[in-house]
Design a protein around this ligand. Structure first.
Ligand code: DAT
Ligand code: MG
Length: 136
């Protein structure tokens, strides 16, 4: 059974020049891209995307960061795509993320950890609708 997940190469990943690296790892794994767009988020979209973190002390910084430059949004599809991409991404804190994962290989700070991947089918549906309403 195939599922879909929302993947972001966040503004730090775009600045670092690792868009191709992230896409390459997704493709190498056997996952398929079904949508892809470079765009800069409005604060409204960013706040909606991260709504589950609205009460956290880092929320303001998180929204500043994610709206601070262009990002790449993609919809990625495949068997257990949500878990498969989270596994490629590695732990949220890049210092704890295993080498060989995207965060483990390219990042040092929790606030600048290169990629986002939906964490459940519920989040994936919500996030895909937010970024790519035409995919429903
Ligand atoms: P993930 O991106 O692995 O799903 P999350 O949903 O817990 O992690 O948090 C969303 C983003 O918020 C995360 O990628 C980076 C930022 N973040 C999380 N915890 C943080 C913290 N303690 N301090 C600063 N930023 C944090
Ligand atoms: Mg999350």
């Amino acid at each position: 059974m195939s599922e879909r997940t929302l993947v972001l190469v966040k503004p730090d990943g775009v600045r670092r020049g690792v868009i191709g690296e992230v896409i390459s790892r997704i493709e190498r794994k056997g996952l398929k891209l079904v949508a892809l767009e470079l765009r800069t988020l409005t604060r409204e979209t960013a706040e909606s995307h991260y709504e589950e973190h609205a009460s956290k002390p880092f929320f303001g910084e998180l929204v500043d960061f994610i709206t601070g430059g262009p990002l790449v949004a993609m919809v990625v599809e495949g068997p257990r795509a949500i878990e498969a991409f989270r596994s490629l991404a590695g732990a949220t804190d890049p210092v704890s993320a295993s080498p060989g994962t995207i965060r483990g290989d390219f990042a040092l700070e929790i606030g600048e950890n290169i990629v986002h991947g939906s964490d459940s089918t519920y989040s994936a549906d919500r996030e895909i609708k937010l970024f790519f309403p035409e995919l429903g």
